[in-house]
Ligand binder design. Structure first.
Ligand SMILES: [Zn+2]
Ligand SMILES: [Zn+2]
Length: 261
């Protein structure tokens, strides 16, 4: 059984065939999907994600304000996120949050401030965080060190595509590391080196669909069933069976998100 630990399946890309892609995921052995609701928190995007989780029992939900949308975050967004997390609707993580200095869709100082605020709020709510970081490794680590310390500290670097240095820092912070289809891309030699060495109990796999479809689907719309290709790639790198990576990443997912077996 596989788990797609990070997907975006509540958006318009899947409106036409959402039932089928979830069915295809089940057929491929994907037993659970963590759907991550993103966007301007005031526009109903979190509610839309939760609604999806209500409809499909294999779908869990995460909500949080993405660094792209940091400029929309305020007290009302924070209150809304907190109360939805407590709604009992299988909302299991706060994210994705972090820093994206590649696109700079929100000003960097705002991104950093909002990242800190959401880390504090997640600690208060006792839920794990999902970290998105791009071209901001140093700042991300500094903020995690200074603003994310408490008994309930738990997190994952999702769609990991950073340096070996970042991976080591993440592991030092006791974070999980999740690999996406990028690991299958031809030029991702350095990333494959990292995927080979991450301790097995810290490893997760994801699609981050609809983007970043793994080889051999590269360039097409991505979907949760393709997480099998990510697991297959990592299994090959490590010289183990794909089933072994499936078993371990599924167990890690349940432990990390405190989902009963
Ligand atoms: Zn992301
Ligand atoms: Zn994402």
């Amino acid at each position: 059984m596989f788990v797609d630990s990070h997907a975006h399946i509540d958006g318009p890309e899947f409106d036409a065939d959402r039932d089928e892609i979830i069915e295809r995921a089940h057929d491929a052995g994907v037993s659970a999907i963590l759907n991550v609701g993103t966007g301007d928190p005031h526009t109903g995007v979190f509610e839309r994600a939760i609604e999806l989780g209500r409809k499909y029992t294999s779908v869990y939900t995460a909500i949080g304000t993405h660094p792209h949308d940091a400029r929309f975050y305020n007290d009302a967004a924070e209150q809304k996120t907190k109360s939805l997390l407590k709604s009992g609707e299988r909302v299991v993580a706060w994210g994705e949050i972090g820093l994206d200095f590649h696109y700079d869709n929100s000003p960097r100082d705002v991104q950093m401030e909002v990242f800190k605020r959401q880390l504090h709020a997640a600690l208060e709510c006792d839920v794990p965080v999902i970290i998105h970081t791009r071209e901001a490794e140093r700042e991300t680590i500094e903020i995690l060190k200074s603003d994310y310390d408490g008994a309930s500290r738990r997190g994952v670097f999702h769609c990991f595509s950073g340096s070996k240095e970042l991976a080591l820092r993440a592991l030092d912070l006791e974070f999980m590391i999740s690999f996406s289809g990028i690991v299958t891309f031809k030029k991702a030699e350095e990333l494959r080196e990292i995927a080979k060495e991450v301790p097995l109990d810290r490893l997760l796999v994801e699609t981050d669909c609809p983007f970043l479809a793994p080889v051999p689907y590269r360039g097409k719309r991505n979907e949760p069933a393709y997480v099998v290709e990510v697991a297959r790639c990592i299994a090959e790198l490590r010289g183990v069976e794909t089933e072994e990576i499936a078993r371990i990443t599924t167990a890690n997912f349940k432990r990390f998100l405190q989902i009963p077996s």
